[in-house]
Design a binder for this molecule. Structure first.
Ligand code: GLU
Length: 399
């Protein structure tokens, strides 16, 4: 008999779709991947080199639970320099990717029944990780342009609210929250004495001149109410290395370390050395990757918006687009009738050989999430194939 806590939780849909696509590819079906949110670039050479050297030097044992001091210092340096907020290395703990940091932070602050407000559309794992921590996800819609609706968030606060969990730049919408709305949210968090869990893992991918803003930089009081989470995975194309981090008030970090000491002992030693090289070495590969993402984003967004019945708004960050596809509802091809985003995703996989994630996975029914972490060549090919597949649906209007 499997425990109730697992039965209440859905498997990660982004991961499940990726597994499905891998299986199709193994069976010989060509699929263009727009589904997975992971940079298609290799980890920069100097970062790999640091891990190789650490291995040769025998740096292969457990490390401190919260991560090696040099890495935490490098993170503090980065937060001061780039996010304009000063943390002490004791206010930082390393996790196996931002996802584990979010999970541990929630376990550290949520008692059974505590509410966590989640503006949506939101990443697939937020609701499930809150439930795992025996908290209650309280879902609050974003505005139509996917920006934060502070009035709606305020209205959702109760005596049981423990935190508001945000992600900017956002997965899946690509929205980048502006300073003004984050300041309003921060004022609310201080007023109501609740935490902002700020997932900033896409912080380096902002376009159109937009700027990423970290709420904890606003004031000491706001910092005391913020749990900042970020990581190496997206910024340095290091998804497989599994290094994320949390910067938060000391008592939260201490609680997270207690959990971590029992659950994983410590985080991968070689990856920690690689992360130091990432943070302290040249940032050129990151700039090149961000520039390339912006180029792809502009192209894909334009192509999608040119397709009749598809509209793609906002999206000025991360590497996702979330177009509305409801214009195709009721249309059919062969035996297939499109009535929801799941069917549209299936149709595009079969007919256009492109893999996307249905918006429903992110509480955005009527949309599809496109990740542009794929080569320009593949994006062009995928957009051509999608256009043709949609034309077949268009042909059936009224038939
Ligand atoms: N965050 C990425 C995505 O949304 C990676 C997969 C996952 O952990 O959800 O696709």
């Amino acid at each position: 008999m499997i425990a109730e806590r697992v039965q209440k939780i859905q498997p990660s849909q982004t991961i499940e779709i990726t597994n499905k696509v891998t299986k199709l590819e193994q069976e010989g079906k060509p699929v263009i991947r727009f589904n997975i949110g992971e940079p298609d670039f290799g980890t920069p050479e100097h970062i790999c080199q640091a891990a190789k050297e650490a291995m040769d030097q025998g740096f292969t044992r457990y490390t401190a639970v919260m991560g090696i001091p040099e890495l935490r210092e490098a993170i503090c340096g980065k937060l001061k320099r780039e996010n304009h907020v000063e943390y002490d290395p004791d206010e930082v703990t390393i996790g196996a990717g931002a996802k584990q940091c979010i999970s541990t932070a929630l376990l550290a602050v949520c008692s059974p029944g505590d509410e966590v407000i989640i503006p949506y559309p939101c990443w697939v794992s937020y609701t499930e990780l809150v439930k795992l921590a025996e908290g209650v996800p309280v879902l609050v819609p974003c505005k139509e342009d996917f920006s934060l609706d502070i009035d709606a968030i305020r209205a959702a606060v109760t005596d049981h609210t423990r935190a508001v969990m945000i992600n900017t730049p956002n997965n899946p919408t690509g929205a980048v929250y502006d300073r003004e709305s984050l300041e309003e949210l921060a004022a609310l968090a201080v007023e109501k004495d609740i935490y902002i869990i700020s997932d900033e893992v896409y912080e380096k991918f902002v376009y159109n001149g937009r700027v990423h803003v970290s709420p904890s930089s606003f004031s000491e009081e706001v910092k005391e109410h913020t749990i900042l989470i970020s990581g190496m995975s997206k910024t340095y194309a290091m998804t497989g290395w599994r290094i994320g981090y949390t910067a938060a008030p000391k008592e939260i970090i201490r609680a997270m370390n207690v959990l971590q000491s029992q659950i994983v002992s410590s985080i991968q030693s070689l990856s920690q050395k690689a992360a130091i090289a990432a943070l302290t070495g040249t940032q050129e590969p990151l700039h090149e990757m961000a520039e390339e993402f912006e180029r792809r984003r502009n192209y894909m967004r334009e192509r999608l918006n040119q397709m009749p019945g598809i509209s793609c708004i906002n999206s000025e960050g991360a590497f996702y687009l979330l177009p509305d596809i409801t214009g195709y509802y009721g249309r059919s091809y062969g035996n297939v009738i499109i009535e929801n985003d799941l069917q549209m995703a299936e149709y595009l996989l079969d007919e256009a050989e492109i893999a996307v994630v249905p918006g429903s996975a992110f509480l955005a029914p009527g949309h599809l999430r496109f990740s542009y972490s794929n080569s320009m060549e593949q994006i062009k090919k995928g957009m051509d194939q999608m256009e043709k597949a949609l034309e077949k649906l268009s042909d059936t209007v009224g038939k």
